[in-house]
Design a protein around this ligand. Sequence first.
Ligand SMILES: NC(=O)c1ccc[n+]([C@@H]2O[C@H](COP(=O)([O-])OP(=O)(O)OC[C@H]3O[C@@H](n4cnc5c(N)ncnc54)[C@H](O)[C@@H]3O)[C@@H](O)[C@H]2O)c1
Ligand SMILES: O=C(O)CC[C@@H](O)C(=O)O
Length: 527
Amino acid sequence: MPKVLVSDSIDQVGIDILSQVAQVDVKIGLPPEELVRIIPEYDALMIRSGTRVTQEMIEVADNLKIIGRAGVGVDNVDVPAATRKGIVVVNSPEGNTIAAAEHALAMMLSLSRYIPDANQSAKSGKWDRKSFIGVEVYKKTLGIVGLGKIGSHVAAAAKAMGMRLLAYDPFISQERADQIGCRLVDLDLLIRESDYMTLHIPKTKETYHLFNGEVFAKMKPTARLINCARGGVIDEAALAEALRNGQLAGAALDVFENEPLEADSPLRELGSKIVLTPHLGASTEEAQVNVAIDVAEQIRDVLLGLPARSAVNIPGLYPDVLEKLKPYLQLAETLGNLVGQLAGGRVDFLDVRLQGELAGTNSQAVVVASLKGLLSQALRERVNYVNASIEAKERGIRVIETRDASVTDYTGSLHLEAKGTLGSHSVTGALLGDQEIRITSVDDFPINVPPTRYMLFTLHRDMPGIIGKIGSLLGSFNVNIASMQVGRKIVRGEAVMVLSLDDPLPEGILAEIMKVSGIRDAYTVTL
Ligand SMILES: NC(=O)c1ccc[n+]([C@@H]2O[C@H](COP(=O)([O-])OP(=O)(O)OC[C@H]3O[C@@H](n4cnc5c(N)ncnc54)[C@H](O)[C@@H]3O)[C@@H](O)[C@H]2O)c1
Ligand SMILES: O=C(O)CC[C@@H](O)C(=O)O
């Protein structure tokens, strides 16, 4: 019988499902070194947010087939390490949506009516009605940052309470925002006009400390901020300072940059201006049953040799089909991610062209993999092979698929073209004999480079000295170049330069690159 380790507390219904097919060991709160010691015995691991699944643990997990996260965020799992080891990572993208949305609404009302402090006061024997004069949310403006699953549900409830809705989400179309009843605005306007702001965004390098001292200075002094998304999207020290200075009136936080929140955090000392909960967004009976069933069923299915429906890293195809298609799916996902980053902002149209041998394969899975890559900038781990098409449709992305078996530069190649608010970009890629991915064109300029984690792409005039200038500039920022290639159609015409870098590009360098004479455009990409 296969063995499943459950290392965080999950609802019994999940254990019952797993017990149908496996021996289930529930061991909660194990220290990391003990997890590394015992993990080689197990075929599956089921966790919540309490267990960190590190590269060290995955490397020794020789029997592990699946890691199930009973929740949305897989930021506590080293997904690339699991993918390299061929371990499926699954989550429950929607099981706790309602719970998290309702928690955000509860936080908004608690903050407005001083419920935690009034409760404390009443329980201590007082009858103080003067200190707790609150404010109404009716006819106030709510700014929703991140109009995905949770943000949309918050919008519907807030609308019913008579609130005026603004939303900021660079990956959402106006039509979608209209359906939800929100005015789509830029972040600056949302910050200046909102009486309440509620955050429903993932933690990414773009959203890290998105709410900082500069932003708090622009808020109305009567504004209130709610965060039930991820710690780290708010600069906590700056928030404490802004609340002390009266730059905003209050904040309600469920998530923190470091959890558990430090005992001496300045956030703990702001009295009735702040409401704090210990990451309880998903903690409802219903959500815990939903996520436990959702994830336990997927673990059971994978242990029985069936596909998983919400795999974060490997599609839900039957294992034999998947095995053959896997390299092309990886190619499609990488190119989707690349073209999405080159396009920047919102994409409205994606052309997926399957060429050569690829024209005869399961195109639907390749299209879905391309969309998964494209949407991963906006949706991170929430996008998977099951929901990528629906998410694209909801976001108003029109997809067309074409096939051309006559293209024979490589055995099989994939060409993606994305059109969006900031223009149009295309990339082509192929697999070499050893199944290694090669990017073979960018914006129709021929190149031949493997994708790497940190890359820089420039569009420039092909002229002497330009490569040297970019090299010196990167050197002056202490960025090491691993490889460089130029693609051009004619000598001294337009050209594309692709650099693979050992280090991420520091802030500000792109602006310096754009100042180099002959550079038309520059893009940084992290794959
Ligand atoms: N507190 C909790 O216990 C709890 C429970 C569930 C989910 N969460 C967290 O809530 C967040 C939202 O979850 P969801 O299910 O609604 O996710 P989702 O993927 O459906 O929505 C996220 C939205 O954020 C948008 N977005 C991405 N980058 C952005 C940016 N830079 N600026 C503005 N918008 C951006 C995306 O376009 C998307 O619409 C996630 O971080 C999730 O981990 C917390
Ligand atoms: O497991 C939890 O309680 C937190 C879950 C939540 O943060 C999520 O990302 O789904």
